[in-house]
Ligand binder design. Structure first.
Ligand SMILES: Nc1ncnc2c1ncn2[C@@H]1O[C@H](COP(=O)(O)OP(=O)(O)O)[C@@H](O)[C@H]1O
Ligand SMILES: [Mg+2]
Length: 429
């Protein structure tokens, strides 16, 4: 996590930032932030206190109507707070000119919010133009942003929003939010309107982007699985944005603060935990392999000598092709084309353990091949490995919980101690 806090983010600094993505995140502090809409009794957001570190992704998650959007929009003052303070990078921005404020805060929303009558390039150039960037600089920034979000600049910059798929529109929305290189990015259910597969893709992309950019991101969703996947920390909100729990995904999954949080975590917390670990974090085992170019005799020999009674046959580019058992070749009368079982599923090192488990469960022999960047074979993960790492994980969580309990006890003991001292003093006086 970045320790750098960009405090000076006025126009001059942004203009001077020639190097791309120079601006990393800034801290955000909300102090007793409250919104009471005109004509309504209870406040929509009631005295929220929250400290968000520079460079972290914080997810606000909670049921519909609990005040997530209101809280988010008060940060960039699309909604004026009724009371309370907002500090960004240590600077109190509660009374700053909202237009000026929004220059240092990117904002991306559901269904992208792109202007339909403007091209993709014009949409992305909006804020850079507004803050007076020159033509050349803006143009190259637009191309760079398109590239960053995985859209070919040549192909996309002249298109209109209606000529894009939902997923592509969201990408442009993110590119636009990042165009002026703001330290803070606010996202309100940005992937809420796309299909689940595209959504998964966009989430992966955001994680990749954040590895490069280290912005401070506040991300609103009502989907707890999305919160676990993306959040460094998650704030689970109940009505009026009261914080039920604000902690890491691990801590919330293993130690939900109360029934409301448990309800939100939902069933299968142990399974969701698998989303937090990647295949690269577990032991990837070797496996005896042969390739389709090897002479048949060598394959026979290797099958006979191999301790496992099974080989993985790789294609010409060393990608997993078939599982070959002893006897398979005999039955197929020595024809590689007919022998063995096709590899129907593989995972990459970046896949979650949940994906790996899914693949292992549907494999007859309970294992899955792991592949590298170009699909080449790098090893296997089997059921036993997954079980071991899940057990290790749960054990580590248990130890954390015990430690946490001890800390709480100490704190309580300390408090009681202070109270007694206080009472003692009062009695003497
Ligand atoms: N402009 C508004 N005027 C009056 N009430 C509003 C307005 N916007 C939102 N609300 C109310 O404030 C509460 C919180 O809304 P919102 O922040 O949109 O919640 P969420 O994003 O969590 O679904 C809701 O009860 C909603 O009806
Ligand atoms: Mg909302």
């Amino acid at each position: 996590m970045s320790e750098t806090t960009a405090t000076s983010t006025d126009g001059a600094t942004a203009e001077g930032a020639a190097a791309p993505h120079e601006t990393t995140g800034a801290t955000i502090e909300l102090e007793n932030l409250t919104k009471r809409y005109a004509g309504s009794g209870d406040p929509a957001v009631d005295s929220v206190n929250m400290e968000i570190k520079a460079g972290e992704i914080v997810i606000l998650v909670g049921p519909s109507g609990c005040g997530k959007s209101t809280t988010l929009k008060m940060i960039n003052r699309l909604i004026e707070p009724t009371s309370g303070r907002i500090r960004i990078g240590g600077e109190d921005v509660t009374d700053m000119d909202p237009v000026k404020l929004r220059r240092k805060i990117g904002y991306a929303i559901q269904s992208s919010g792109l202007f339909p009558h403007m091209t993709v390039a014009q949409n992305i150039a909006l804020v850079p133009k507004m803050i007076g960037w020159g033509k050349a600089k803006t143009k190259s920034r637009v191309e760079e942003m398109l590239d960053l979000v995985g859209l070919d600049p040549g192909e996309f910059h002249g298109r209109y929003p209606r000529q894009l798929s939902g997923g592509q529109q969201q990408r442009v929305g993110v590119a636009r939010a990042l165009a002026a290189d703001p330290p803070v990015l606010l996202m309100d259910e940005p992937f809420g309107a796309v299909d689940p597969i595209t959504r998964d893709h966009l989430q992966d992309e955001l994680i990749r982007l954040q590895h490069e950019l280290h912005k401070t991101i506040v991300f609103v969703t009502h989907d707890f699985d999305e919160a676990i996947k993306l959040g460094d920390r998650i704030a689970v909100l109940r009505e009026r944005s009261h914080i039920a729990q604000f902690d890491t995904p691990e801590a919330i999954l293993t130690n939900p603060a109360d029934d409301f949080v448990s309800g939100f975590v939902g069933a299968g917390a142990a399974l969701k935990r698998l989303n937090l670990t990647r295949v690269r974090d577990v032991e990837i085992a070797d496996f005896a392999t042969v390739t389709v170019d090897d002479p048949l005799q060598d394959i026979f020999d290797k099958l006979r000598s191999s301790g496992t009674n099974e080989l993985l046959l790789l294609d010409k580019r060393r990608r997993p092709y078939k599982w070959l058992r002893r006897g398979d070749l005999m039955r197929a009368e020595g024809s590689l084309a007919r022998a063995g079982t096709l590899v129907h599923d593989t995972v990459t090192r970046d896949a979650t353990l949940r994906d790996a488990l899914e693949a292992v469960l549907t494999d007859n022999a309970g294992r899955v091949a792991v592949t590298g960047r170009r699909g080449e074979f790098t090893g296997v993960v089997d059921m036993q490995t997954l079980l071991n790492s899940v057990h290790e994980m749960l054990e580590a969580d248990r130890l954390d919980a015990v430690e946490h309990q001890h800390e709480l006890q100490e704190q309580r003991a300390l408090l009681t101690h202070h109270e007694q001292e206080g009472n003692g003093g009062a009695a003497k006086a």
